[in-house]
Ligand binder design. Structure first.
Ligand code: CAA
Length: 262
């Protein structure tokens, strides 16, 4: 456990600590993301990344709200020099820099910065109650934590433009149909299902998991030819690992692989 103020961090016992559950915990503000939440998430994700016993993480909120956005009250009086000078929201790049896999488990509102943080995850599992939106235009601003870019890559231009220009919410069914989320589950089962999925990932070879994340992310940064070459080089590189020998031997010998992360 941890002494954070705005998040709870737990290595789930039923996974022998391999799955780390990070829960946003500012219920009085529907988990609005202020500077304190950001600094605690940066620390929690860095600790997760640094500990070999932790193999997959889940970020979740409450039943009512994953997060209702960046903290409007914290931002409302800021001027250009404050926002630009302090590179406001720049710290989220450190969360995105997490090398190991993590899943966003979204129940209720994921609005503005909440939707943007969910889209920073490797994938989203949504409760049937989830509502996604980029309503910043109603506040006289725009997405500022990557929403316009990540949403456009996830669901395409037409829906992203519509979402960002009208500020409307998208329910879980539409989010799954649009490719914003990987899977929808009953709200009551959300955390259990996300932890179970994370446990499956935690049971894979750690180097292969890092490589999958790196190569899929590269698909959004490169041409097809460069991306395929990058994938192939990472694939080749894994043949220098003990885990590749172990994984293939275990298949041939019809037994479970014992990963070393080397
Ligand atoms: N920032 C600060 N406080 C927030 C907040 C936010 N984003 N969202 C909710 N809260 C606070 C409310 O002010 C309220 O606090 P008080 O009790 O002290 O008044 C408390 O959380 C509960 O909220 P509501 O009473 O509004 O709850 P509701 O059930 O009636 O409505 C809601 C829920 C529709 C989500 C509504 O709270 C809402 O519209 N929130 C703002 C959503 C939004 O605009 N998000 C975008 C923020 S800007 C942004 O994220 C920029 C970016 O790109 C990163």
């Amino acid at each position: 456990m941890s002494d954070y103020e705005t998040i709870l961090v737990e290595q789930r016992p039923e996974t022998n600590g391999a799955v780390t559950l990070i829960t946003l915990n500012r219920p009085q503000a529907l988990n609005a993301l202020n500077n304190k939440v950001l600094s605690e998430l940066i620390a929690a994700f860095a600790a997760y990344d640094a500990d070999d016993s932790q193999r997959c993480a889940v970020l979740t909120g409450s039943e009512k709200a994953f997060a209702a956005g960046a903290d409007i009250k914290e931002m409302s009086d800021q001027g250009f020099a404050d926002m630009y000078g302090n590179n406001h929201f720049g710290g989220w790049d450190r969360v995105v820099a997490t090398r190991k896999p993590w899943i966003a488990a979204v129940s209720g509102y994921a609005l503005g910065g909440g939707c943007e943080v969910a889209m920073m995850a490797d994938f989203i599992i949504a409760a049937d109650s989830a509502k996604f939106g980029q309503p910043e235009i109603k506040l006289g601003v725009t997405p500022g934590m990557g929403g316009s870019q990540r949403m456009a890559r996830a669901i395409g231009k037409a829906k992203t433009m519509e979402m960002c220009l009208t500020g409307r919410m998208m329910d879980a069914e539409e989010a799954e149909r649009s490719g914003l989320v990987a899977r929808v589950v009953p709200a009551a089962d959300l955390v259990e299902e996300a932890v179970k999925t994370a446990e499956t990932i935690a049971g894979m070879g750690p180097l292969a998991a890092l490589a999958v994340k790196e190569m899929v992310d590269a698909a959004f940064e490169t041409t097809l030819t460069q991306g395929v070459a990058f994938e192939r080089r990472l694939f080749h590189g894994l043949f220098g690992s003990e885990d590749q020998k172990e994984g293939m031997a275990a298949f041939v010998e019809k037994r479970e692989a014992k990963w070393k992360g080397r």
